[in-house]
Design a protein around this ligand. Sequence first.
Ligand code: FAD
Ligand code: UDP
Length: 400
Amino acid sequence: MQIHSGLPESFNPDLYDMIVVGAGYAGSVCARRLAESAGFRVAVLERRDHIAGNAYDYVNEDGILVHLFGPHIYHTYNERVHTFLSRFTKWTDYQHKVLANIHGTLMPVPFNHTSLKLAFGDERGEELYQKLVDTFGENKKVPIMELRKKNDPDLVEVADYVYENVFLYYTMKQWGQTPDEIDPSVTGRVPIFIGDDDRYFPQAPYQGMPAAGYTAMFEHMLDHDLIDVFVGVDARDIFEIGETNVNVCGKCYGGEIVYTGPLDELFNLDLGALPYRTLDMVFETLDEDQFQPVGTVNYTTSEDFTRITEFKNMTGQVLPGKTTIMKEFSHAYEPGSGQTPYYAIIDPKNQELYERYLDRVQNLTNFHPVGRLAEYRYYDMDAVTASALELSDEIIACHA
Ligand code: FAD
Ligand code: UDP
């Protein structure tokens, strides 16, 4: 593999069987699979000046490995995904834990047995816990919006407490809307957990951090003789989208195109912009060993930011006397402003707009949208990897 900065004058798209737009999970997984399983020569175009997409990490000026685009914790139930990614990295045994700062008291999130006792006191907490166990069973996950539908007074008490103190203010900060207004799948990502497991992803069989970091994992994934990577290249500068084909560098391109950017951008937002939330990430290095007890503390009843991440707590890096923390401030994304479109806003109206763009790219020969942006989905890393593996299977099968 070679990583080129910018596109050389001599770049000839016809030398490549496939052009991949974006060097995040979606693009890098497809590039690797097609290179090694179909013998494709692949050009990866990435508009940022680095690979790894939003999972990019790097050692900052204080010597601390940080995640530039927000804390990324790998977890999956999907064996195929885990087997594939494990070819390119070893994993630490990090198990992510999150505490919510609720009026100054730190309680485990997902809200669990321990949180109940901290919130309601040992005796009442235990009673309420037993009611949850009797109703749903032990080691079960219950989304807050499901719990809110129950009529039992004890369950209403728990639901009201958790809704008010864990979800309402945090969700308002993150989405500008209440939990009732947003798609239930979003809050359903962090269900109440009826048990003692205080990990953020209880029951996920595979979890950890890439031992040498995410960027190193992507370097290995893209390290293949048939893959060329060009960073600092916006595909839109060399693409022209026609009715049924894409011109690349002024010529009709006959190979496959895997596109992992936003679909609306391909058409200059002519049907309207797909709405996103973006984040301002504010990093700070402190002259202390450790700032907080876990990787992430969510501020669910106070502050303007949603959460504070302390990277050393997640990566396991040992560096006495210094630690880098990061606060996330969420707001609406403005297209063309240079902001990063982080979170698709899942609702029927936005989905309908997305489908209208999708209809247009589905008319394009050999053009494959995949990933968090191109599918306009709230996708975790493992789900994007799974989607890219499936797309790769399809392209490989077409060329068998
Ligand atoms: P991206 O990583 O966004 O990659 C797309 C790439 O395409 C980008 O690098 C972009 O620059 C490039 N691109 C777009 N348009 C063009 C163009 N025209 N030309 C050239 N290049 C282009 N997932 C987890 O599993 N665990 C977590 O803990 C977790 N934490 C997260 C925290 C935050 C704050 C956010 C926002 C996401 C988190 N995720 C997490 C989700 C994870 O980031 C995504 O699932 C994953 O990065 C998506 O990969 P992707 O390839 O689809 O998109
Ligand atoms: N959420 C919340 N309080 C919390 C944790 C999560 O209100 O303490 C809600 C919030 O709406 C958030 C969603 O649940 O956007 C999903 O949380 P997750 O931690 O999965 O968000 P991500 O890590 O993807 O930003």
